[in-house]
Write a new protein. Structure first.
Length: 151
């Protein structure tokens, strides 16, 4: 699937006083009425357990200059405590999830369905709120195992 170019997002949730975050390039629109999205999450990840408990998450669609954030939140074994300390963000009004500054868009979601799919789960979620940058800039994309940008 590395030959399929994809946008890059950071998923976040807040559980028991701790922020959980992960890089995801599997975030897609499912339905317009009602507005639904889906994301695929590795079943054994810390994020999976957290989001299935909170049932709420935020999505930050990364801009072209945010590759470092994508790499950081994709780093296996990074410490849970303080992982957002160096990342400017605000809290979503509907989810309490971290929404990263400088992102092209933010989406707040509530989990509505979860489907087992091999070593991942497919999480279908209702969109509670969404916002976009007024002046769109370049978007971060992932293709052939590399990052690039598209305007």
């Amino acid at each position: 699937m590395k030959r399929l170019p994809s946008g890059v997002t950071i998923l976040t949730t807040h559980r028991d006083g701790a922020d959980h975050a992960m890089t995801a390039d599997s975030f897609v629109s499912v339905s317009l009425d009602p507005v639904l999205v889906l994301v695929c999450i590795q079943r054994t990840s810390r994020f999976c357990e957290a989001v299935l408990t909170t049932r709420l998450f935020g999505v930050s669609v990364l801009a072209g200059d945010q590759e470092d954030l994508s790499r950081w939140f994709a780093t296996p074994g990074r410490p849970l405590a303080g992982q957002l300390d160096q990342t400017p963000h605000s809290r979503g009004a509907h989810t309490g999830a971290a929404l990263l500054d400088g992102a092209l868009a933010h989406v707040e979601c509530r989990v509505s369905e979860v489907h087992a799919a091999g070593d991942h789960v497919i999480v279908v979620a209702e969109v509670l709120a969404q916002s976009w940058e007024q002046e769109p800039t370049s978007a971060l994309v992932h293709y052939l195992g590399r990052y690039g940008t598209i305007s």
